[in-house]
Design a protein around this ligand. Structure first.
Ligand SMILES: [Zn+2]
Length: 211
């Protein structure tokens, strides 16, 4: 927990921004962990009815798995980018190994899905920033000094950043371009989909971008 931002770890991390009566959820873990998530919410006194938005960084099953559950509990809409929407809705098979995973870890498709658009103002000040490469529609979420980076890159056990294994990425050149843009942003915390949060200034951006 950093200030009012809570991390939960399912197969992947997901996050709660806990503003009074205006909770925002970023990603939602894997469907197999639904009971654990409900228990975690209970332990941390997260009231599902206070969840106002469920933001998905991308379509992978370990990020979208409980979006329908939380959306049904809270009434909150689920948000995703247009390029990633058909995968969330299972209208297109996920590529490569991700197709095996979607068969192995089935999830419910949310009923209330919105597509990110620049005109929309969320309940709290948030910026949705396209950061393609891991998936084509991958986005990151900026909340003040917090950057929720999804799977743009991961943080390893030694605290170092690296991009995910090739088989999980759709376009690594695009990832590096996205990371380069992120490296110039004004932020204090990097909150990854995999690994522990790290301070922005502790990341060796040059090594990450140039390999
Ligand atoms: Zn992913």
């Amino acid at each position: 927990m950093i200030e009012n931002v809570y991390r939960f770890t399912s197969h992947a991390n997901f996050y709660i921004i806990n503003e009074p009566h205006k909770i925002t959820m970023i990603d939602s873990g894997i469907a197999a962990d639904r009971d654990d998530i409900i228990e975690l919410f209970r332990q941390r006194e997260i009231d599902p009815y206070s969840i106002k938005d469920i933001l998905l960084t991308h379509h992978d099953i370990d990020h979208v798995g409980n979006a329908a559950l939380i959306s049904d509990l809270s009434g909150a809409p689920v948000w995703i980018s247009e390029p990633d929407l058909p995968y969330l809705k299972m209208e297109i098979n996920r590529p490569g190994i991700k197709h095996e995973k979607e068969q192995q870890f089935p999830y419910d498709i949310p009923k209330n899905i919105n597509i990110y658009n620049e005109e929309h103002d969320f309940n709290i000040p948030l910026e949705i920033i396209p950061a393609p490469g891991h998936t084509l529609g991958h986005v990151i979420v900026k909340y003040g000094k917090f950057l929720f980076i999804g799977d743009l890159f991961r943080i390893n056990d030694d605290g170092k950043a690296s991009i995910l294994e090739s088989k999980f990425n759709i376009d690594e050149a695009l990832i590096l371009e996205s990371i380069e843009r992120v490296s110039k942003m004004d932020a204090h915390w990097i909150l990854p989909g995999h690994g522990n949060p790290v301070e922005f200034g502790k990341i060796d951006w040059e090594r990450l971008i140039r390999g």
